[in-house]
Design a protein around this ligand. Structure first.
Ligand SMILES: NC(=O)c1ccc[n+]([C@@H]2O[C@H](COP(=O)([O-])OP(=O)(O)OC[C@H]3O[C@@H](n4cnc5c(N)ncnc54)[C@H](O)[C@@H]3O)[C@@H](O)[C@H]2O)c1
Ligand SMILES: CC(C)(O)[C@@H](O)C(=O)O
Ligand SMILES: [Mg+2]
Ligand SMILES: [Mg+2]
Length: 348
């Protein structure tokens, strides 16, 4: 593993140079990897594995939209695409990529197929960490590990197709064969990770739940909404408010921050913007830090897991979710956003 300095802290990472694809292919040559679930991560991971020359099949419920999507992605019923139980039977490594709530419902079936020597792969520490709530307790004679791409399955696939790679974390929960760690690394490379950093199931799930509720999605939507509302309340038009809140961030500044870091961004805007941004970042940190502390605590106590399981296990959860998403979609800010996006020259 390469030892790298992250802002003064040394950490080990696994890169493709050190664990090349050929090594992953050779290590997994005798395995059948069954990707169970074809939602967001399922397509990204299974297609990348397939294109990386690894023996992979997909297990999915027949008759639904996702089965049809799998067929249109080139998975062949009876050859590489199976009903879930058939795929579980054929697998030596089961990649459990159903939604976290659905994993609870299907667990008794998966467990039945987890015979000695098989492996169980997750992309989240959720099911294992919150075992008191999920009931997911694997038999002792199987390897259990995770590879968690740090981003959407959509980006995992897009970046792979562009010859790039998303970073992923990996962790071993149970090593029955002495090979669990290498299985995690080989699969991490196989699913298209750019590099891998090691963690454990608890730290993966607590950081991930915090991130998606926080600065990745929850907090950012909250800050967008707050600034947009203040601009609108002060007489700015929707297009002006949206451009100054979202469009410039995603189209201009964030790609530059991604490339060069925030210090570079601060150095490469006007001195006027620089002065203001340097003065205002601390007040924003101070205002939001208590909310982040409350959030982290809610994750740590298992409260966020409880909410997620309860809400996402209800029979009408999709209808309720759709109503919430409709409200967001129809809010003025995102309606303005739709119009702004339609004006981007590359869309014409
Ligand atoms: N979405 C992401 O980009 C992302 C990123 C990193 C990690 N993860 C993790 O990866 C795993 C999979 O997440 P996802 O977002 O791809 O899942 P998802 O919500 O898209 O669902 C995946 C599949 O589960 C199937 N499904 C739902 N209920 C079912 C049931 N009762 N029986 C059988 N199948 C059912 C759906 O048809 C779908 O094909 C989760 O552990 C998640 O936390 C997701
Ligand atoms: C893509 C995210 C937000 O990083 C992932 O954690 C998820 O749960 O979808
Ligand atoms: Mg997540
Ligand atoms: Mg995540």
């Amino acid at each position: 593993m390469a030892k790298l300095n992250f802002g003064g802290v040394e950490e080990d990472v696994v890169t493709r140079e050190e664990y090349p694809l050929e090594k992953a292919q050779a290590f997994l040559a005798n395995d059948t990897i069954a990707v169970i679930g074809y939602g967001v991560q399922g397509p990204g991971q299974s297609l990348n594995l397939r294109d990386n020359g690894i023996n992979v099949i997909v297990g999915q419920r027949k008759g639904g939209k996702t089965w049809d999507k799998a067929v249109s992605d080139g998975w062949v019923p009876g050859e590489t695409l199976f009903e879930i139980e058939e795929a579980l039977e054929k697998a030596s490594i089961i990649c459990y990529l159903l939604s976290d709530a659905a994993q609870i419902e299907l667990w008794p079936t998966v467990k039945k197929h987890l015979t000695a020597g098989k492996s169980l792969y997750f992309s989240h520490g959720f099911g294992i960490t919150y075992k008191d709530q999920t009931g997911i307790v694997p038999p002792a004679d199987v390897d259990v590990f995770l590879v968690a791409p740090k981003g959407s399955g959509t980006s995992l696939r897009r970046l792979f197709v562009e010859g790039k790679g998303l970073n992923s974390s990996f962790a071993v929960f149970q090593d029955a064969t002495g090979k669990a760690r290498e299985k995690a690394i080989a699969l991490g490379i196989g699913v298209g990770s750019g590099y891998l950093f090691e963690t454990d199931f608890y730290r993966e799930v607590t950081s991930d739940l915090t991130g998606e509720r926080g600065s990745l999605m929850g907090a950012i939507q909250g800050i967008f909404a707050a600034q947009y509302e203040v601009l609108r309340e002060n007489g700015h038009s929707p297009s002006e408010a949206f451009n100054e809140t979202v469009e410039e961030l995603t189209q201009s500044l964030m790609p530059l921050v991604a490339e060069n870091g925030m210090d570079w961004m601060y150095a490469n805007c006007s001195t006027t913007a620089q002065r203001g941004a340097l003065d205002w970042w601390r007040p924003f940190r101070d205002a939001t830090k208590p909310v982040f502390e409350k959030l982290y605590n809610s994750v740590k106590t298992g409260n966020e897991a409880k909410i997620s399981i309860t809400r996402n296990s209800q029979p009408d959860y999709r209808e309720k979710l759709e109503a919430e998403l409709k409200e967001l979609r129809e809010s003025e800010i995102w309606q303005a956003g739709a119009t702004v996006r339609s004006l981007r020259p590359e869309r014409n």
